[in-house]
Unconditional design. Structure first.
Lengths: 114, 110
């Protein structure tokens, strides 16, 4: 079963506008959530995270929102820039079978159009 | 930059041959992980290590083994490669609540 889901495989946004990437999870034991950005032929790079005790975390142009009751998190990028074009993965962290592990979504390919 | 390197970066091998991928870190992190990335699946955990000689299975461990004889190196071995193991493999370390990834190894099994 897919415990972390990103239902949009791709998203296209105009430069300067807001990009909103969404992620849903099913396991209520997850207590920390992360977003990673991945360019082709490179490893994923950590972008921003949020603890389950918060509902918002902001870092420059990037803001992550967490709605625990809906088991939903989102990443807002504003304003979007061409360099933001990449694949974005959300991940959830929790105690799984006795160890702290990350579970990743399938990824969303974001394309920023000039 | 978490000081993680992976070797080789690219490899093509034939079905049935053994393959070993290496992950090397320079910052003495205790936890290390091996993931594979496939279209439509995101990153899936193969094995992880919580110390020298301490390893455990992840979500997709069948057909893979690992070893960690020293802190800085975490090896992933495919004992007999199959076409279903064609993938991009990423190593990661844990620092705080986050994981940081190496550049990846693209493995093709023909």
């Amino acid at each position: 079963d897919q415990q972390v889901k990103q239902n949009s495989p791709s998203l296209s946004v105009q430069e300067g506008r807001i990009s909103i990437l969404n992620c849903d999870y099913t396991n209520s034991m997850f207590d920390y959530f992360l977003w990673y950005k991945k360019y082709p032929a490179e490893g994923p790079t950590f972008l921003i995270s949020i603890s389950s005790i918060k509902d918002k975390n902001e870092d420059g142009r990037f803001t992550v929102f967490l709605n625990k009751s809906a088991k939903h998190l989102s990443l807002h990028i504003v304003p979007s820039q061409p360099g933001d074009s990449a694949v974005y993965f959300c991940a959830a962290s929790g105690l799984i079978q006795g160890a702290q592990k990350l579970v990743f979504g399938q990824g969303t390919r974001l394309t920023i159009n000039p | 930059d978490a000081g993680i390197t992976q070797s080789p970066r690219h490899k093509v091998t034939e079905t049935g041959t053994p393959v070993t991928l290496r992950c090397h870190q320079t910052e003495n992190h205790r936890y290390m992980y091996w993931y594979r990335q496939d279209p439509g699946h995101g990153l899936r955990l193969i094995h992880y290590s919580y110390g020298v000689k301490d390893t455990d299975k992840g979500e997709v461990s069948d057909g893979y083994s690992v070893s960690r004889s020293k802190t800085e190196d975490f090896l992933l071995t495919l004992e007999s490669a199959t076409s279903s193991q064609t993938s991009v493999y990423f190593c990661a370390i844990r620092q705080g609540g986050e994981q940081y990834f190496g550049p990846g190894t693209r493995l093709t099994v023909t």
